[in-house]
Write a protein that binds this ligand. Structure first.
Ligand code: ZN
Length: 382
């Protein structure tokens, strides 16, 4: 039987994209031709990614239409797993949750419930357990209504509930929705268009690895702003078009994921768009090598990760790579601005020292350099 990768995406199910989805510029250069679905090996077609000359975002052209993109998600991981899980794997997972429970001062089940006498041992093991993006923020802030947009099987919704949030998820994939609801979670099935029915209702919204999948990313940002309370927090993460891993792996970079990743913005352009949409950026973080092992797998056209992929990823010299390129993933913590009466001055001293409204976003070696401490602007100027 031939691989789906060898088949063509039906021509009538494609649409042309003649302008950058992030800035509208028509100027572009071909970044990669004939990219295939080397991530999940289920979507047919060969795909071209383009670099926007103006804002350095990356986008697919042609791309599947909104009506047909669902065909690219046949084996997508949000579906959850029906595969039998070994008892060793279950023990490891419980140990991981024991470590996360201690790190976040929360009860994340199922865990091991070890004696407090073993706290030191758990803390030691926990140093190697990474906390998923946004979880520290969820643990550390006052609790209220939380929404995970593109929640998949509901992992973060469950965590938020454990932490005391009134948590719900929004998910387009019916199989993932069924999986999440089996755990008793509050999940709404549908697209991000549903966000507008929740005007100003959420204290915190997570939008992790969603923006790169949608046809109208600027529309998604606008709708997130509608659903979030003034002063509420948006947790946003996605691949960075100017990632150091992309520079290293080229067309084999895991951040491409054709054709499901329709576009990846540059970190700077996304910062500008968030500001225009009414968010102020509180922090930008990134370790810079999230996709390394997966990119090695793709490079050898493997189906599953091998120990060798991890070994090579660990050996990668990140310092030389990140000297000229940015975070692998964009990880923003943003606050929805409170709209003040016209004519009043609004102060926004940013935790990170960034001036987003002024777009003074100089980059340091491993991220953004603090370039200006806070700022003041008049709404009459905007
Ligand atoms: Zn652009």
């Amino acid at each position: 039987m031939s691989s789906p990768l060898d088949q063509e995406w039906p021509a009538e199910d494609l649409e042309r994209v003649d302008a950058c989805p992030y800035c509208g510029s028509h100027e572009r250069t071909l970044a990669y031709g004939d990219v295939q679905d080397w991530s999940f090996r289920c979507a047919p077609g060969k795909w071209n990614y383009w670099d926007c000359v103006n804002c350095q975002s990356l986008y697919l052209d042609p791309r599947p239409t909104q009506m047909t993109i669902g065909a690219a998600y046949a084996k997508y991981y949000t579906h959850g797993s029906a595969e039998p899980v070994s008892s060793l794997h279950m023990m490891k997972e419980r140990l991981r949750k024991e470590c996360l429970s201690q790190k976040l001062n929360a009860n994340i089940e199922p865990r091991l419930h070890l004696s407090k006498l073993l706290n030191g041992v758990v803390a030691l093991i926990g140093k190697r357990v990474s906390v998923p993006f946004g979880w520290t923020s969820l643990a550390g802030r006052p609790k209220g209504r939380f929404l995970d947009v593109g929640c998949g099987a509901g992992l973060t919704v469950a965590l938020a509930r454990h932490l005391g949030w009134d948590a719900m998820g929004l998910e387009i994939d019916p199989a993932a929705v069924r999986e999440a609801r089996r755990s008793g979670l509050n999940i709404l099935e549908g697209t991000y268009a549903q966000l507008t029915q929740f005007e100003g209702q959420f204290d915190c919204i997570m939008c992790s690895h969603v923006l790169e999948h949608v046809h109208l990313p600027r529309d998604l940002l606008a709708k997130l702003k509608v659903a979030i309370k003034p002063g509420g927090v948006l947790l946003l993460t996605l691949p960075n078009a100017l990632s150091s891993m992309r520079r290293h792996f080229g067309a084999n970079w895991r951040g491409l994921e054709a054709p499901r990743h329709i576009s990846n913005p540059s970190e700077l352009r996304l910062s500008q768009l968030l500001s225009e949409a009414g968010f102020s950026i509180k922090s930008i973080t990134g370790t810079g090598f999230e996709t390394a092992a997966e990119s090695y797998r793709i490079q050898r056209r493997g189906m599953v990760l091998s120990r060798h992929d991890f070994t090579k990823a660990r050996q990668l010299d990140m310092r030389s790579l990140s000297a000229t390129a940015g975070n692998d993933f964009i990880k923003f913590v943003c606050e929805a601005e409170v709209v003040a009466p016209t004519g009043l001055e609004v102060n926004f001293a940013l935790d990170s020292g960034l001036s987003v409204a002024g777009l003074n976003l100089g980059r340091a070696k491993h991220g953004f350099a603090p370039t200006q401490r806070g700022g003041t602007r008049s709404l009459l100027e905007t």
